[in-house]
Structure formats: C-alpha cells, structure tokens
Design a protein around this ligand. Structure first.
Ligand SMILES: Cc1cc2nc3c(=O)[nH]c(=O)nc-3n(C[C@H](O)[C@H](O)[C@H](O)COP(=O)(O)O)c2cc1C
Length: 216
C-alpha cells in the first residue's frame, strides 16, 4: 500500500467487528507514528491504550458514569458557512444510512451514544496533551493522529477519531490514573470494520480545491 492508497482508504468507521487486536501491533503503530513532525520536536502527544482486558475493564467502569459537559468547545459556537453545511451534510449522510429521520431525536441520541462504546471496537487509544500547550501543539497532535490512522490502515486496521470522548474526560482520567497536567483531546476506536453495517457505507464529501486553496 502506498501513501495515496492509505489516504484514500482511511475513513471513519462507525461499526467494528470484535476481532482482537495485538498489543504488539498497537505498540509498533504508535512507535512508527511518533516519527510525525512537531514544532521544535516537542512531541506533545501523550497516548493511553485500551485493548483486551483493559478495554473490558474500561467498559465496565464507564457503565455507571454519566457524561458531562464537553471538556472543550468541539466547534465554534457559531459555525458559519461553508463549514456549517459540511458538518450538517455528514450528519445527514450518517443518519440516512441507518434510516434515522431528522425528527427522531431518540434515534440520533442512541447513535451518538455508540461513540461511548467505541462503536464496538476491540481496541482504542486516548490522545492527551499537556494543559500548557496551545494551538501549535494541538496541531502537532493532529499530525500524530493522522499518521497513526494511516499506519493502522496499512496494517489492515480501521479507525474512528472521536472528539465525543470530551464528555467523559473525568472518567477517562480517573480510569487511566492520568496526571492532572494532561487534558483529553480525543479517543480513536481501532479494529476491523464491519463491512456489512450500513453506517460504514457512508462516503464523506470534500470541498473542491478552489474552496480551500488559493494559488497566488
Ligand atoms: C479529531 C476528530 C474527531 C472526530 N470525532 C468524531 C466523533 O466523536 N464521532 C464520530 O462519529 N466521528 C468523529 N470524527 C470523524 C469525522 O466526522 C470524519 O473524519 C469526517 O466526517 C470525514 O470523514 P472520514 O473520516 O470518513 O473521511 C472525528 C474526526 C476527527 C479528525
């Protein structure tokens, strides 16, 4: 698989098979992903892994926890165009794929709640960053994330990055005994896609080049 193929094949998978993932493979992918660039080579990513027994224990731990307010603003309060429509579109595509109508608030909520089970994935990572870090380092963490997801693709694993976990920062920190100086950015569900599940048929769209690039 070359880079272009990995980029094109990666997509956010929202239904996973239970097939186990090897800890050694996760360690290898994380080690390789740490070749990602970062300003000043600060390498601000801090990763906590759930797999096998720790995933089972985490699911049990979370079962009596209520989500709270998000640890950060996932989107700006007033998302304007063209961003607003892009966000709306992917939501509509997702819900349409599984037959949930716009008015079906309970159905939409139930689908959102699947985030908090990693969509059934057998493994996951939580991505943390030191509270002193600012936008440049958050961007570094984003590079790490994409590198990790492409490497996972190359190794035959699918992923879904999940900001939804921002509603469970206290529980995640308590479970992982995560030091207070870190804050949670997102989780990433990891495993093999359930190709039969209709939600995995969603193909997200992209803006054309002239919307996001200006050749001077
Ligand atoms: C940092 C980050 C957080 C995300 N959080 C969620 C999430 O909580 N739940 C979810 O279903 N998708 C989440 N997504 C997936 C996006 O919706 C998805 O990347 C986008 O629609 C483009 O689709 P694609 O990943 O299939 O190309 C997230 C993506 C990123 C990069």
């Amino acid at each position: 698989m070359d880079v272009t193929e990995a980029v094109n094949r990666r997509k956010s998978v929202r239904a996973f098979l239970p097939d186990p993932v090897d800890d050694d493979l996760l360690a290898e992918l994380l080690t390789k992903a740490s070749r990602s660039p970062s300003g000043g080579n600060v390498q601000p990513w801090r990763i906590y892994v759930l797999n096998g027994d720790s995933m089972a224990r985490f699911r049990e731990f979370l079962s009596d926890r209520e989500p709270g307010p998000s640890a950060y603003d996932i989107y700006p309060p007033k998302l304007h165009e063209p961003y607003r429509s892009s966000r709306y579109k992917i939501g509509e595509q997702m819900y349409a794929s599984i037959g949930i109508e716009r008015e079906d608030k309970a159905g939409r909520f139930a689908q959102f709640a699947k985030n908090l089970d990693f969509f059934g994935a057998p493994a996951a990572i939580f991505c943390f960053i030191d509270r002193v870090m600012g936008p440049p380092q958050w961007s570094d963490l984003g590079m790490f994330l994409q590198t990790f997801m492409l490497l996972a693709q190359e190794a035959g694993l699918d992923t879904c990055p999940q900001e939804a976990w921002a509603v469970h920062e206290p529980a995640v920190m308590e479970f992982g005994d995560v030091p207070e100086e870190l804050r949670l950015f997102c989780g990433v569900a990891i495993g093999k896609a359930d190709e039969e599940h209709p939600i995995n048929s969603v193909e997200s769209e992209r803006e054309p080049l002239d919307v996001f690039a200006t050749f001077l």
